[in-house]
Structures are given as C-alpha cells and as structure tokens.
Design a protein around this ligand. Structure first.
Ligand code: HSE
Length: 371
C-alpha cells in the first residue's frame, strides 16, 4: 500500500483536507502516517483505523520512508525540509498546498479538472512535485477553463474580491472581531428605530478608527471597508497576488506564448469565498449561448447562472457558495465596448477548490497510478 505522510493536517487548509478525505473515503487503500512540527508522540487524528503516534515532521529519515508526502504546513516548512529530503536521494512524490515550489521547473501546478493532461504528461516524464495553485487562479480556472481550452481568450483582466481566509485563520478571526466591535459600538442605536443614521455612521467609523479596533493581522480595518492590496509589492507596481494571476495560469495550462492576464486584487470582508469580475477579450465573436455551453460543459462543478437580478442574488454570493464545491459563473454578457469583449463574475470557496480539493485529488491520481 502507498505510504502517505501527512504534515499540517491540523491547520485551516489541512483540516478541510482531512474532512474532505474522510467524506470521500480517501484513506482507504493508503497507509497514512501523521507528522507534527510540535507534538511528537501524541495521538494521531481519528480516521477510523489504528495509527502510530505522531512522528516528527523534521525527521528526514522517517519522511524518506514515504512514497508520498502531502503537506499543508505552509511555505516555511517546505523551505526547511524539501531540499534536505531530496538531497538524501528520496524520489517520492511531494504534494504541497504552499506556493514555495509552484514556479519551479520541476513542479506542476495541479488542478486536474482543468489541466489533467499536463499532470499526466508530467507523471510520464517523471515529475515528482505536484503543487496546489494560488486560490484565485484555481477558482478562475474552474470557472472559465473551458474558454481557455477552446482558444477563445486573447487577454483578460481579473478584478478580485478576496475573502479573509486567503490571508489565514488569524485573519478570519480578526475579521469577525472587527464586525463584533462595529456591532457593539452601534448596538443601542440599532435597537432604537428612531435613532438617526448619521449617528450610527459616526459610531461605526469611530469604532473603526479607535486605537482598540483589532487590526494586528490586516493592519487596517477590513470590516466596513476594503483593502486593495494583497501580498507583497513588486517593482512592476503589481501586488504579488496580481503577478500570480498571469504567471501561474500560464504555467498551469502550459501556454506558449503566455496569454496576457492582469488586474487588481482586493481583500473584502467575506469569510472564505473569493469572487472575481473578469473582462475577456475574445479571439473571435462567439454567440453568448455558445459561450455559456462551453463554460457549463468544462467540468462537473461549474454552474452557469442566468444573468438576472434574482438568480444573481440567490446564487452568486459568498453567502450562497460557502462550504460548497460548486463554482457558479454569472453576469455573462458582451460589454457595450464591443462584441468581442465578454464580462462575467464568478464565486468559489477559497478553502475547497482554492486550496484543499486540488491536492486531495492529486493524491487520488497518485493512488490510482501507484497502487
Ligand atoms: N493569496 C491568496 C489570498 C490565497 O491572499 O487570498 C491563497 O492562494
């Protein structure tokens, strides 16, 4: 049986991965071993089978006994362990949710409903590193992978509305604390229907600008506001998140020459669903119903939402999509700018298709191939 070592299974992405693996029965047919960076010897998670106590995630010898290593521990762990492990001659499969190895020549960014053929040919050629993509990129490709495949995209811009979860568990908690602080500051006025809205507004902004407002992780208020910068600054004037949109998409699809992609990435006060408004310059005029069929038929999770107010409000929001594997795509129409300009809007759960699902499925591809 395939020996699979799990690292970082307790964190936010890791626990979503564990829950998905349990609900899909993915532990069947593999021999799992759980590692820890801080609790060596303690009890492993309950997955319904007897397991040895937790192993040390820095113990290279034990790691080297694995056929597959699946890590959601984060980039620092990958940096400190990956090279050491390979330098022992370990030739196993490294499956990782962190970005550290994504752009390396010897790794493939995985999103099998979209790039299964890229994954398969990499496996044939002996590639051993399979890395989950940036969440925004994966969610965009789940939504419009069909248009790329049909060769219909000349260029695109993506304006994003990204949830707190993309920044980490502490940021999700901070967003909820900010919401609570705002609610508390205006509570008495909200319960009085005769109170003036200007006073509510003053209390809200007063709370947001108060020195006690919780901003340790975001740096500034997110609740009641938006932050148009995600990740570090690049000399190009882009944020790193914006740069990834082009670099990762083109690598994932093996596009040569690359398709121009750029936009502005914005953090909004949603908990765990990213949204994106795309403007696409088509390579040719295509009737909208054909565009919709190409999108709808490209994988089993994408859902075309009718461009009506009612369906948009019911289906195309983080409130509707959180916790689901569905990737709705709506607001599909030609822009008035010209018939070759298409716009659309998509929403997806950042922790599912944006993080855990692509690496979970990669493990199953390896299981199918190596067992
Ligand atoms: N970098 C993304 C974000 C998440 O901050 O939303 C992960 O891919």
């Amino acid at each position: 049986m395939l020996n699979v070592g799990f690292i970082g299974w307790r964190g936010m992405v890791g626990s979503v991965l564990m829950a998905r693996m349990l609900s899909e029965n993915d532990f069947q047919g593999i021999s799992p071993l759980f590692f820890t960076t801080s609790q060596v010897g303690q009890k492993p998670p309950d997955i319904g089978v007897e397991l040895p106590p937790l192993k040390d995630a820095y113990d290279i010898e034990t790691l080297a006994g694995m056929d597959v290593i699946m890590t959601c521990q984060g980039g620092d762990y990958t940096k400190s362990v990956y090279e050491k492990l390979r330098s022992t001659g370990w030739n196993g499969y490294w499956v990782d949710a962190a970005s550290t190895l994504r752009m390396s020549d010897d790794s493939v960014i995985v999103l099998d409903p979209v790039n299964r053929s890229v994954i398969e040919s990499a496996l044939e050629q002996g590639t051993r590193n399979f890395i989950g993509g940036n969440c925004t990129v994966s969610l965009m490709l789940m939504a419009i992978g069909g248009l790329f495949k049909a060769g219909l995209i000349e260029w695109l811009t993506s304006m994003t509305y990204q949830a707190a979860s993309g920044a980490g568990a502490k940021n999700m908690r901070e967003l909820a604390s900010q919401m609570a602080a705002i609610g508390k500051a205006s509570e008495d006025l909200l319960s009085d229907p005769a109170s003036a809205v200007q006073e509510i507004d003053r209390r809200v902004i007063g709370a947001m600008r108060d020195s006690t407002f919780p901003v340790d992780h975001f740096g500034v208020p997110l609740a009641g506001s938006v932050i148009p910068w995600i990740d570090s600054e690049l000399e190009s004037g882009q944020s790193k998140e914006e740069w990834k949109g082009s670099a990762e998409t083109n690598k994932m699809l093996n596009n040569d020459p690359p398709i121009p992609i750029d936009g502005i990435c914005v953090r909004i006060g949603a908990m765990r669903c990213h949204c994106q408004a795309l403007t696409i310059k088509l390579t040719k005029r295509v009737p909208l119903d054909e565009i919709e069929s190409i999108i709808a038929e490209s994988n089993e999770w994408v859902r075309v939402v009718a461009n009506t107010k009612e369906e948009t409000m019911r289906q195309l929001t983080p409130a509707a999509v959180t916790g689901k594997l569905d990737v709705p795509v709506g607001r599909i129409r030609n822009l008035n700018i010209g018939p070759a300009y298409l716009t659309l809007y998509t929403v997806g759960d950042q922790l599912l298709w944006g993080a855990a699902e692509p690496v979970r499925r990669m493990l199953n591809i390896l299981k199918g191939r190596l067992s």
